[in-house]
Design a protein around this ligand. Sequence first.
Ligand SMILES: Nc1ncnc2c1ncn2[C@@H]1O[C@H](COP(=O)(O)OP(=O)(O)OP(=O)(O)O)[C@@H](O)[C@H]1O
Ligand SMILES: [Mg+2]
Length: 299
Amino acid sequence: MSGEHLLELNTVSKFFPIGGFFSRAKMTAVNEVSFALEAGRPEIFTIVGESGSGKSTLAKMILGSEMADRGTIRFDGSDIAGIRSRSAREAFMAEVQPVFQNPFEAFNPLTRIDEYLFATAHRFKGAKSRPEREALADKALQRVGLSLAEIRGRYSHELSGGQLQRVAIARALIPEPKLIIADEPVSMVDASLRMSIVNLFRELRDTLKVSIIYITHDLATAYYIADRVIIMRKGAVVESGDARTVLDNPQHEYSIALKNAVLPPDPSEASAIIRAREKTDKAFHTLSDQMGDKAFLHH
Ligand SMILES: Nc1ncnc2c1ncn2[C@@H]1O[C@H](COP(=O)(O)OP(=O)(O)OP(=O)(O)O)[C@@H](O)[C@H]1O
Ligand SMILES: [Mg+2]
């Protein structure tokens, strides 16, 4: 155990086969990505990149749901590829919790949403009795601006996307993770509610001292929320560092083009841009088209 890094990625790559069953061609979804989060220094670490740049694949490898083909991922000093036993796996999952893009996919429409929270309290906190589970669920819900009373017995379709994403975040908080990986957590949320959820992540960093890997394709959101940032293109990190330094003065041509396309000159306008995300989405796609987004092959 090194104890210095909460998370450490060392030249992590992931390849996917392409071209059908008889083809041996592979594409590089993630290409030698390295970065580290320090232990005891909660931050919002943002991964920015256009569609297909490898953000979600990277997230899945950190969560242990995809294996890296090359390189190592260490969490709390241990290589996650070495997690074998069920108990080690459960312990890891308690420490690293996901929040996904679409909360409506995260909750089965036929299951009451409070049941998810109770199940998580049981599984990760060993809460055996109903009152224990309810107390843990309510505590987590309070942290995201809700309460058990508000959602008790309700189904996912009875909540707004924003409310349901808050419930998903509450569920992720129950195991008291050290790291939350949020993959485009506001893209399915109504524009008027996005800012409050973006701000919620900042609040959680400060109050719970949890580190957050926040994935977005929106530079304005990254500018607003990030302490540090990496910019990915076609699986590789093209730029990284302190968010202000990188985003104020990008060096790589891709980051410069990205900034010119989507970022307002005045940083205080960034939050307005997040609300008007539709516009930035359009700019982003135009940019991708202009730059020609051909998949690159790896044989
Ligand atoms: N299971 C898979 N099998 C084959 N190819 C995959 C698989 N998962 C991802 N890919 C490919 O890997 C590349 C990176 O995908 P990934 O989902 O990580 O990108 P992303 O940055 O999250 O994109 P988006 O912003 O659209 O979510 C893409 O070209 C994608 O098609
Ligand atoms: Mg993705």
